[in-house]
Design a protein around this ligand. Structure first.
Ligand SMILES: C[S@@+](CC[C@H](N)C(=O)[O-])C[C@H]1O[C@@H](n2cnc3c(N)ncnc32)[C@H](O)[C@@H]1O
Length: 290
C-alpha cells in the first residue's frame, strides 16, 4: 500500500472561534480558500458517500416551521443541494436560496436544484439584514472559522422571529479514530467539534430565543479503517489545521493506528464502528414580540 496523505478531517475546536488559545486548542482556522478547494474537489464524489448527511438533513427539516409566513429561505453550506431541493418541496410558495463557499459544490447543486445558487461565506452572508424567514444549515457550520460569527450572520439576515435550523457534529464524533491516532503521535488527525453548551452560548450571544438543541450519537459499521477514511475523503472533509501532519503518513504509522483502532473483538475480524454525534438545533431570532 502506498503512503497516504492522511490529511482529512480535522480542525475545529472546543472553542467557538479561532484561535482557541483560551482552551489550549493547537490548531488555527482552516483558510477559507482551502475549505472551498477541498469541498470543490470532492463535489463529484460527495453524493455517493453522503448518506449520513442526507439522513440528518431529512430529520432536520422535519423540525422546521409550517409554511405560514415563510417566503424566503436560505440553505447555508448547501453542498450539492440535497436540502435545498427538499426545502423547495416543503415550502412551495417560498423562494429557496442555496449558498456555498465551494464553486464545485454549487455546480453540482445547479444540476439538481432550479433555485438560486449563490457563492458566499456563512460568516459574511451576501444578503440584506432581516431579509429571510428561515435559515437552514445542515452539517456545514463546523467548517466555519468562527461558528459564533456564522450565528451572528444568521441572526442578522433573519427577520425578527425568523427561524434557524442547523445540524452539526459534536465532540464524540470519530472518537475512535482520534483515539487510534493518539497512539501514533501528538498531531491533529481528527476534528475536535464544539459541545452543545458552547453552541447554546453562541446562539444566545447572537440574539436567538427559543433555543432547542439535541445531541445523539449514531454508530456505523465499516469493513475496515481504510473504508472509513476513504469515505471521509470522499466527503471533502480534509484536515486543514496547523496541527495536521505536514508529511505523508508512512505505512508503519498507518498500520499502528489501524491496530489501535477500538474493536469489539480484537483479531476476530477487521470490521469497525465509527461514532458520529449529531447535534441538531432550532431557534428563532429575538424581537418578534411576545
Ligand atoms: C458536509 S457538506 C454539507 C452539504 C449539505 N448541507 C448537505 O447536507 O449535504 C459542508 C458544506 O459546507 C460548505 N462550507 C464550508 N464552509 C463554508 C462557509 N464558510 N460558508 C459557506 N459554505 C461553507 C462546504 O463547501 C460544503 O459544501
Amino acid at each position: 500500500m502506498p503512503p497516504l496523505r492522511l490529511s482529512w478531517l480535522s480542525w475545529h475546536a472546543r472553542n467557538l472561534c479561532w484561535p482557541g488559545s483560551r482552551l489550549g486548542v493547537k490548531s488555527i482556522p482552516p483558510a477559507k480558500h482551502l475549505v472551498a478547494r477541498s469541498f470543490g474537489a470532492a463535489a463529484a464524489s460527495y453524493d455517493a458517500v453522503a448518506s449520513l448527511q442526507r439522513s440528518v438533513g431529512r430529520s432536520l427539516l422535519k423540525r422546521g416551521p409550517g409554511q405560514a409566513g415563510i417566503r424566503r429561505i436560505l440553505d447555508v453550506g448547501a453542498g450539492t443541494g440535497f436540502c435545498s431541493v427538499l426545502l423547495a418541496e416543503h415550502y412551495p410558495m417560498a423562494e429557496v436560496l442555496a449558498l456555498d463557499i465551494a464553486e464545485g459544490m454549487l455546480r453540482q447543486a445547479r444540476s439538481r436544484f432550479s433555485g438560486n445558487c449563490v457563492g458566499g461565506d456563512a460568516e459574511a452572508l451576501p444578503f440584506a439584514s432581516q431579509s429571510l424567514d428561515l435559515v437552514v444549515s445542515n452539517l456545514a457550520i463546523q467548517w466555519c472559522t468562527c461558528s459564533l460569527k456564522a450565528f451572528a450572520e444568521f441572526g442578522r439576515v433573519l427577520r425578527p422571529a425568523g427561524h434557524l435550523l442547523f445540524a452539526t457534529f459534536g465532540p464524540k464524533t470519530l472518537w475512535e479514530l482520534r483515539h487510534a491516532w493518539a497512539s501514533v503521535d501528538t498531531l491533529t488527525h481528527v476534528n475536535e467539534f464544539i459541545a452543545t453548551e458552547r453552541l447554546h452560548e453562541g446562539l444566545c450571544a447572537a440574539g436567538f430565543d427559543g433555543i432547542h438543541i439535541e445531541a445523539k450519537v449514531r454508530c456505523f459499521d465499516y469493513p475496515d479503517v481504510m473504508s472509513l477514511m476513504r469515505e471521509l475523503k470522499g466527503l471533502g472533509a480534509r484536515n486543514l489545521t496547523s496541527g495536521r501532519p505536514r508529511h505523508l503518513v508512512g505505512k508503519r504509522a498507518l498500520a499502528h493506528m489501524m491496530a489501535a483502532y477500538p474493536r469489539g473483538k480484537p483479531g476476530v475480524d477487521s470490521s469497525i464502528q465509527a461514532s458520529f454525534e449529531i447535534i441538531m438545533g432550532s431557534a428563532h431570532r429575538a424581537g418578534g414580540g411576545p
